[in-house]
Design a protein around this ligand. Structure first.
Ligand code: ADP
Length: 622
């Protein structure tokens, strides 16, 4: 629009000889351009207008003597220059204001200006974004109507403070366009109008909803932790291990390379380290477990008061693994309570990731004293049951045992008589008599051996751990069932791998297992036809660390439905059976670290069943 206007002014100025300064109108063109354009364009427009004015003057008045036309030109040029300058200055002031307004728009905080009647006069981008109303919608509305502000104190009080001190800060709650509440941290500034009571209130607010939610969730988490801490069924201790950490650092600095080995060897050091642990908090369960009268008795350095030699050893091991980088460690150990009672606990140490210098270490202790007592009682009961079962097995074998003892006794009598006869001869046969005596001694020993084995089996003793050769125990068991095999017409096939390593455990209990399996097989065999009465016993390595004993027969086999319950207590298919043999076998084998299982043989193996078990090879030095 400026261009045609400029052309019009130029035409009027150059084509008419009006006695007025038409070129002054160029100032209006400069103003028009200044409305929307950049300062450069305004400057160029000013220059262009000045040139046009000069051009018109030259065209109309060139060569005229100095007079009114020159004056008009001067006035026009001055008007154009002043207008251009003013337009440029106003432009730059507006630009600064515009930039400031843009900055206000850019901040995330909301900026609102309300007049004395609470009518919104300014509403920045932050307010648009947070509350949901555009500037266009908000400006002119009553602030309270739009946002439904809830103040922490009466509005009158805020107004009074604003007038007297000029500002107010506090937390507000407002409702957004979508109906959601927002929590704000707000600052109000009072901007009095010149010379009057009335003025504006400039408000900046930051949205605290998320922060408050996060704070609340932290508070909640803390509260929940405290709740769990206080009411947990396990004892929880919060400790500061930082002195201990520094001591271990010092140890390394002094040239100790293997802290673990050092800790495991130096008891005095461990005791000193225990003394460096500072207990910062304990829960109620810990107070009760350690028989303290109140919480305070367990705070500070109580390590030495509750420690035992086992606890020290466990502590050394756990600290060593934590030093090696494990964030947690677990072990079972014993402590003593403040009343001097011994307690067994499952101990767990945890270092939270942020406690880089062990300034916070959580120790939980689960009381297993009762569990251990029950376990011991169970082991005792089991041993008694196993003993009862052994005695009952021996009872079943009374006839065989009597036979086993009787045989050597009869032999002794026979050899005794023969010897006497040799002695009664005219020329007593010294050699023959000596041979009779040797036989008598051998048989006497054999009888004594059988009796010793029976006594061993019937003896009531606590389970022992010793190294022994499995093959020897198999042999000893076979001796005792010899007669059962013979009377049942059962053929025995025995294979034993040569050079087997020893196993570790209770020899008598393992013998009981083998005899149980043998007797079960014998009982399964006597009901089948004569020719297939074969019993196999196999001792071999099943893998590098295990030895397997398999008792296989061609007997009646096991019904498929019974296979799963064979080892259950009191499961029996026999009219006179008790059903505890295999269940005792299982507990014995498992307590030795082995496994026992039963299966039916395939038709190609002649049918029947196999019951086998494994035992771990005794480790070197065990
Ligand atoms: P009991 O001999 O008093 O029945 P056990 O626990 O020793 O108790 O055996 C449980 C059951 O397992 C037996 O009743 C029998 O049915 C079955 N069983 C065990 N060994 C064999 C076997 N070699 N052949 C067939 N059945 C067997």
């Amino acid at each position: 629009m400026a261009l045609p206007l400029a052309a019009l002014v130029f035409l009027v100025d150059s084509g008419t000889s009006l006695p007025s300064a038409v070129a002054v109108l160029y100032a209006g063109i400069v103003l028009l351009v200044a409305e929307d354009c950049a300062p450069r364009t305004v400057l160029l427009t000013g220059l262009g207008c000045a040139l046009l004015a000069v051009g018109s003057f030259l065209a109309m008045h060139y060569g005229e003597p100095w007079g009114a036309s020159h004056l008009r030109l001067a006035v026009s040029l001055a008007a154009i220059a002043i207008t251009t300058l003013l337009a440029l200055r106003k432009g730059s002031a507006e630009r600064i204001l515009g930039q400031q307004a843009e900055i206000l728009d850019l901040t995330h905080d909301t900026v609102i200006i309300c007049d004395a009647d609470d009518i919104i006069r300014y509403w920045n981008g932050g307010a648009e974004k947070l509350y949901g109303w555009t500037r266009h919608e908000a400006v002119g509305a009553r602030c309270q109507d739009l946002l439904g502000t809830r103040f922490p104190v009466p509005v009158k009080e805020i107004e009074r403070l604003l007038r007297t001190t000029g500002s107010w800060s506090g937390d507000l709650v407002r409702t957004r366009r979508d109906g959601q509440p927002v929590e704000l941290q707000t600052r109000l500034l009072w901007r009095p109008a010149a010379g009057g009571e009335r003025g504006d209130v400039i408000e900046t607010s930051a949205d605290m909803t998320e922060r408050k939610r996060a704070d609340a969730s932290i508070r909640n988490a803390e509260h929940r932790y405290r709740l769990i801490f206080q009411n947990a069924g396990v004892a929880i201790w919060e400790n500061d291990f930082s002195r201990l950490f520094a001591a271990l650092e010092g140890l390394e600095a002094s040239g100790v390379t293997d802290v673990r080995a050092h800790l495991l060897q130096d008891r005095a050091l461990v005791r000193r380290l225990v003394g460096m642990v500072a207990v910062t908090d304990v829960n109620e369960t810990a107070v009760a477990l350690f028989q303290a009268a109140e919480r305070g008795q367990l705070l500070g350095s109580v390590g030495s008061a509750i420690s035992t030699p086992e606890a020290e050893e466990t502590f050394a091991r756990l600290v060593a693994s934590m030093w090696d980088g494990d964030g947690r460690g677990e072990a079972e150990t014993s402590f003593q309570t403040l009343a001097g009672e011994r307690i067994d606990v499952l101990l767990r140490l945890t270092i939270p990731a942020e406690a880089t210098r062990w300034e916070r270490v959580l120790v939980t202790m689960l009381d297993v004293t009762e569990r251990n007592r029950t376990q011991q009682a169970l082991t005792r009961t089991l041993a008694e049951l196993a003993h009862a079962s052994r005695v009952s097995t021996l009872g079943q074998m009374a006839a065989s045992i009597a036979h086993e003892v009787n045989q050597p006794l009869s032999a002794i009598v026979t050899y005794g008589e023969a010897g006497r006869r040799w002695l009664k001869r005219e020329a007593p046969g010294a050699e023959e008599t000596a041979a009779c005596l040797t036989h008598m001694l051998d048989n006497g020993r054999r009888a004594a051996e059988v009796i010793e084995r029976v006594r061993a089996l019937s003896r009531k003793s606590v389970p022992r751990k010793e190294r022994f050769a499995l093959c020897e125990v198999v042999d000893a068991s076979l001796v005792l069932v010899q007669r059962e095999l013979a009377t049942g017409g059962i053929t025995l096939r025995q294979t034993m791998e040569a050079g087997l390593p020893e196993v570790l455990g209770d020899r008598i209990q393992i013998q009981q297992v083998i005899m149980n399996l043998l007797l079960n097989s014998i009982q399964a065999l006597v009901v089948v036809d004569g020719p297939s009465r074969v019993l196999f016993i196999d001792v071999a390595r099943s893998d590098p660390d295990m030895i397997r004993v398999a008792v296989r027969d061609r007997g009646v086999g096991i019904a498929e439905t019974d296979l799963g319950q064979l080892f259950e207590p009191f499961f029996t298919t026999k009219s006179n059976g008790m059903g505890i043999g295999l269940s005792i076998c299982r507990s014995i084998v498992e307590s030795h670290g082995g496994r026992i299982w039963a299966s039916n043989n395939g038709g190609d193996e002649g049918g029947g069943a196999t019951v086998q078990f494994t035992l771990p090879v005794a480790r070197e030095g065990a």
